[in-house]
Ligand binder design. Structure first.
Ligand code: PLP
Length: 360
């Protein structure tokens, strides 16, 4: 049976990447060692991390005045590192568009000398749309934090706000490399790797150099300046995850870069949204103008029927389709590596299920 993995993360990886890793697993480039066994100070690993950075720079057209950091601690640690480094003694502005945004807000609020203000929110409507943002914000604020794609709720920012000198900080965990964003529109971009970049354990941070600053940070590991000055090698980085990210970046390049991938992602998502919109049984709980192309929740409106669908889908090889526990229903995460055939198979399965369960 073919298994299609709709997980929101850790998520499906390109098969070609897994095969390449397998072929190099025991002997990396004649070294007689696995990448997992290489010193992070070896020239082999130095090449891997440099290649990974250069590929990401090329894919995202990252300008020279931005640093690329390969860190650990997940996107969740960035919820703390961002305000700790950028907003001490200042005001930090947040847009609350989902569960992860709320966690980012709580982490910033936990810091003593950061003043947190939520400038727009949509929790009253279960976060099912992207709220309108104020035209202007306090020019003395350290940043405006947004979550470009809300993994759990299935919404995404379609345009990136511009507040002049107040930089936009983005949690891009679930749509990095899936949208043709311009890095210049952001001061900081961060993402946990385990959706569109590689295995869990790696966090990518792209930060404009002038924002690195020299705030006094008691914990060196949490200090962007120390991490940047040491080219992400202040301590032992997640070497194997960085190697896998490099292979994924090579794969993205082969797919026509971010533009090529985005087109395919849009087609995959469009196919599923069409099936949902044309069905009498399934609905999308998300406002049409806020739909994510990477995380697509859908429901029948009947919790028992959702449960039945999930059980039958799982038995048919559709893994991890069950919606997040806070939303219920179903959620298809269609990241870059998710194959178009998997979407076709799901759409066929949905039509069959609808027919068999009293639908059209
Ligand atoms: C948008 C978003 N932010 C943050 C996180 C948390 O990431 P991590 O588990 O890497 O800390 C996730 C994880 O799914 C996410 O989807």
């Amino acid at each position: 049976m073919t298994i299609y993995n709709f997980s929101a993360g850790p998520a499906v990886l390109p098969k070609a990447v897994l095969e390449k890793a397998q072929s190099e697993l025991l002997d990396y480039k004649g070294s007689g060692m696995s990448v997992m066994e290489l010193s992070h100070r070896s020239s082999w690993f130095e090449d891997i991390i440099k290649d990974a950075e250069n590929l990401l720079r090329e894919l995202m057209a990252i300008p020279d005045n931005y640093k690329v950091l390969f860190l650990q601690g997940g996107a969740s640690l960035q919820f703390t590192m961002v305000p700790l480094n950028l907003a001490q003694g200042k005001k930090a502005l947040y847009v609350s568009t989902g569960s992860w945004a709320k966690k980012a807000i709580s982490a910033a609020k936990a810091l003593d000398n950061v003043e947190v203000e939520v400038i727009a929110a949509c929790e009253n409507d279960n976060f099912n749309y992207i709220p309108e943002l104020p035209k202007e914000v306090d020019p003395s604020a350290a940043y405006v934090h947004i979550t470009t794609n809300n993994t759990i709720e299935g919404t995404a920012f379609q345009t990136i706000p511009d507040y002049g000198d107040v930089p936009i900080v983005a949690d891009m965990s679930s749509n990095i490399l899936a949208n043709d964003y311009k890095v210049e529109d952001f001061g900081v971009i961060y993402a946990g790797a385990q959706k569109n970049i590689g295995p869990a354990g790696l966090t990518v941070v792209i930060i404009r150099e002038d924002l690195i600053g020299d705030a006094k940070i008691a914990a060196p590991m949490l200090d962007y300046k120390i991490q940047a000055d040491n080219n992400s090698l202040y301590n032992t980085p997640p070497t194997f995850a960085i190697y896998m990210a490099k292979l994924v970046f090579e794969w993205v390049k082969e797919q026509g870069g971010v533009a090529g991938i985005t087109k395919k992602d849009q087609e995959k998502a469009g196919r599923l949204y069409d099936a949902i919109d044309n069905s009498d049984m399934f609905q999308s709980p998300v406002a049409k103008d806020a739909r994510s192309i990477t995380n697509i929740p859908f429901v029948t409106g009947d919790a028992d029927l959702d449960k039945k669908f999930n059980a039958e889908a799982l038995a048919a090889g559709f893994e991890n389709l069950k919606g997040h526990r806070s939303v219920g229903g179903m959620r298809a995460s269609l990241y870059n590596a998710f194959p178009a055939e998997g979407v076709e198979a799901l759409v066929d399965f949905m039509a069959k299920f609808e027919q068999e369960n009293g639908g059209k």
